[in-house]
Design a protein around this ligand. Structure first.
Ligand code: MIC
Ligand code: SF4
Length: 754
């Protein structure tokens, strides 16, 4: 058995006491979020109340999950922490490194050959430290976690921003950087600012073309990519109960797109059914005993406005299917308006590819609903106009849907089944196109649609929708088609209309699989050897970063002033660079190459004061580094949104960036910067962003008295010798200041070991 029943028992055993202690301290009824968080305090039962949005709190999560693209760096760091075993149940999932080229089997074989060194490394580290290993092809981390490990009322962290997917099964599951995973696997407390709680009340029941995906597409439109920052989104109401567990997972998954810390649903019958279907009847028995703890207190549901920091209400009876995009997941369009919007913006109406599946949307229900549309392509004699791909989220889902003939249905409409892996979602996609720069449109059932993400082409307009809507669009090949109202011309020249999708929540004949792809670790891994070839270009053992020199930072140079959206994809691109995720020096050559320089509107072209010319960002940084000159990165709003990848923080640290000063940060990235010993600062007055000039020399003052809540000062010396100065804020607490001083959080762990 892969899941750890004893651990779940232990969590539930202490829950009642911990929650009552918290209720007494807080002095009011508790939301579900608060219950689960207080039940996971590192200190045990609460000794005081924590202020939402204010207090930094130490937690003891129950599990850790890591995917192969982030696990390499996480485990390279863990190896430095000096521990014999991971302190909590942990798993590694090989999903990101498989490239989608022709189809599942061949692609998987290629991945095995091309990534052998990395897979061997991950397998042997897992074996050594007691970490469960999910082989390439086993599935995408979040789907595998939902099927095997997530449990109501639990708390986990994962080195991937879509870890919140497990909220569909009532778990507080949070995406983090690898260094955070190291804390938890080393048995240390894991720190988080106690989040605010946003309530989303769902009333009514969905029907027809509307699906759970549309709930989150709508919420993204309301809250925007920043709106969930620092908050956990808690869904409730009769509408929540009417929805499948995997549908809830989809909603929680995409909470990452609004910047939410995580999202969660209360324990209900849909979760019971899903746990039973995935052969975890014991978990149901245990959860039923504490069911009253796995939901908010009744007073909260009776008067939600009084207990949530913000309340949103959505009526599922009237919710329309949505299509979001292009280029950002919060541009939300109800299907009834979409055609007009496409024409108005002159987006390419011709649809080239429809892609379904991924960690977000590949449940049995999703596949059956989409197949019920695909099947009509055949029965109504329609020719699918766009290419169509299917990415199953796990081998369990793939095997079961193949057995039930669903994958054949897709094949009949021309669909290609890809490996159970991230593939096109993360740019691991050898797209078949005659012109890789053409302006074109694609639509996916994935979660993100940042520019260049899927195929590297900045002119690809990527839209996001539910899998059934994607399937309908793939048949029509036209974004101005509305499947709810419009007809299509079939091969006989007749007008036909697609019927509403029909789905089956859980397989009638049960889930089945031959080899799920799990490898258990050795009981005693002490003799397992982990080998890293010093000549490897994929893996590189880490060296600790230098501690702080003890003085203010003076004479720094501006490396880049980034303008507009700067996601982790801009800072450390995925796709072709995923192969260097275990080699800090090599991957640093992608640092900020996607960020737009505010002075010339171009990517990867910044002023280099050493050469007095323009150069690529990584080359310029290496130039300053070689001369011992530190640099500064300046950014706009929500800097670092998107992924949990800590490479986006380690690369600048490695290449000599000392501070990142922005208008605002995305949560995971801000923490990642702190963990790597960098200064993550925000303009006290956002307009000061405009003071920064291209050839500025920058001093950061006040570090000798670096204290929580005390702003720092920045002095700019412009190239004409004139000066400007302004105040910058920070959110470092005592512990995080200690990371800065030690040079990184890991340096501090090592110091404490001695
Ligand atoms: C993503 O969806 O962007 C990724 C790839 O899964 C990332 C993790 C990574 O960069 O490896 C994420 O979301 O955290
Ligand atoms: Fe993989 Fe895409 Fe899911 Fe990230 S969002 S885990 S890349 S499938």
């Amino acid at each position: 058995m892969a899941f750890d029943l004893e651990m779940i028992k232990a969590v539930y055993a202490g829950m009642e006491e911990r929650i009552s202690a918290a209720r007494t301290k807080v002095g009011r009824p508790l939301t579900l979020t608060e219950k689960i968080l207080y039940a996971h305090l590192y200190e045990g039962p609460a000794t005081g109340a924590h202020e939402r949005g204010q207090s930094y709190v130490d937690f003891a999560p129950d599990r850790v999950a890591m995917q192969d693209a982030t696990a390499q760096m996480a485990l390279l760091q863990f190896m430095q922490a000096g521990k014999a075993q991971a302190a909590v149940p942990s798993t590694v999932h090989c999903d990101h490194l498989i490239q989608a080229r022709v189809g599942a089997d061949a692609d998987l074989q290629d991945a095995y050959t091309e990534n052998k060194e990395v897979y061997d490394f991950l397998a042997s580290v897992s074996n050594k430290y007691g970490i469960g290993f999910w082989k390439p092809g086993a599935g995408i981390i979040h789907q595998v976690v939902l099927e095997n490990y997530a449990f109501p009322g639990g708390m986990m962290i994962g080195t991937d921003s879509h870890t919140p997917n497990a909220g569909g099964l009532g778990m507080i599951a949070i995406g983090v950087g690898g260094a955070d995973a190291v804390d938890v696997m080393a048995g240390m407390p894991w720190e988080l600012k106690f989040p605010k709680v946003i309530g989303v009340k769902l009333t009514g029941k969905m029907s027809g073309w509307t699906s759970p995906k549309d709930v989150i597409l709508k919420v993204a439109g309301i809250l925007t990519v920043k709106g969930g920052t620092g908050a956990i989104v808690e869904y409730f109401g009769d509408g929540a109960e009417s929805m499948s567990c995997t549908g809830k997972g989809t909603i929680c998954n995409m909470g990452a797109e609004i910047g939410a810390t995580t999202s969660v649903f209360a324990y209900d019958n849909s979760m019971r059914a899903y746990l039973n279907a995935t052969k975890r009847e014991e978990v149901v028995e245990l959860a039923d005993e504490v069911a009253h703890l796995l939901r908010a207190d009744d007073e909260v549901y009776a008067d939600p406005a009084a207990f949530y920091d913000q309340l949103i209400e959505i009526d599922l009876n009237t919710l329309e299917p949505h299509v979001n995009g292009p280029f950002t997941p919060d541009a939300a369009w109800p299907i009834s308006q979409f055609a007009a919007v496409v024409k108005e913006h002159n987006w390419p109406a011709k649809l080239e590819v429809g892609l379904i599946g991924s960690c977000t949307n590949s449940s049995y229900e999703d596949i059956t609903r989409s197949a019920s549309i695909a099947e009509q392509a055949v029965s109504k004699n329609l020719e699918a106009k766009a290419e169509f791909t299917i990415t199953p989220g796990s081998e369990l889902v793939r095997y079961t849907t193949a057995r039930d003939g669903l994958l054949d249905t897709f094949a009949q409409m021309g669909g290609v089944v890809l490996a159970n892996a991230c593939g096109p979602c993360i740019g691991q996609w050898a797209r078949h196109t005659d012109d890789p720069t053409r302006k074109n449109s694609i639509i996916t059932s994935f979660n993100r649609n940042f520019a260049k993400r899927n195929d590297g082409n900045p002119n690809t307009h990527a839209f996001v929708a539910s899998p059934e809507i994607v399937t309908a669009f793939a048949i029509a090949g036209d974004l101005t088609f509305n499947p709810l109202t419009d007809t299509l011309t079939n091969k006989d020249g007749k007008q036909v209309k697609l019927d509403e999708p029909k789905g089956i929540e859980l397989p009638v004949n049960g889930f089945a699989v031959e080899d799920a792809g799990y490898v258990a670790p050795a009981e005693d891994g002490s003799s397992v050897e982990v080998v890293v070839d010093p000549k490897s270009d994929r893996l590189q053992l880490l060296e600790g970063f230098k501690p702080w020199e003890g003085t203010d930072l003076k004479g720094l140079k501006l490396l880049i002033k980034a303008q507009g959206k700067c996601t982790t994809d801009h800072i450390s691109m995925a796709g072709p660079w995923l192969k260097y995720r275990g080699h800090l020096d090599n991957i640093s050559n992608n640092m900020l190459i996607g960020a737009i320089n505010a002075f010339n509107g171009e990517a990867n072209k910044v002023y280099n004061s050493m050469t007095r010319g323009y150069d690529a960002v990584p080359a310029t940084a290496r130039n300053y580094k070689a001369q011992g000159i530190g640099t500064v990165v300046v950014g706009d709003e929500n800097y670092g949104e998107g992924s949990s990848r800590e490479h986006a923080a380690m690369e600048p640290r490695f290449l000599g960036v000392r501070a990142v000063i922005v208008k605002s940060f995305a949560r995971i990235h801000e923490t990642n910067l702190k963990k790597q010993g960098m200064l993550a600062l925000t303009f006290a007055n956002k307009a000061d962003y405009d003071l920064i000039e291209e050839n500025d020399t920058i001093d950061i003052l006040g570090l000798e008295n670096f204290t929580p809540g005390q702003p720092l000062k920045v002095v700019l010396t412009h190239s004409d010798g004139s000066q400007d100065s302004f105040t910058v804020n920070h959110t470092y607490n005592e512990g995080q200041i200690a990371w800065f001083k030690a040079g990184s959080a890991l340096n501090l762990i090592r110091l404490q070991q001695k």
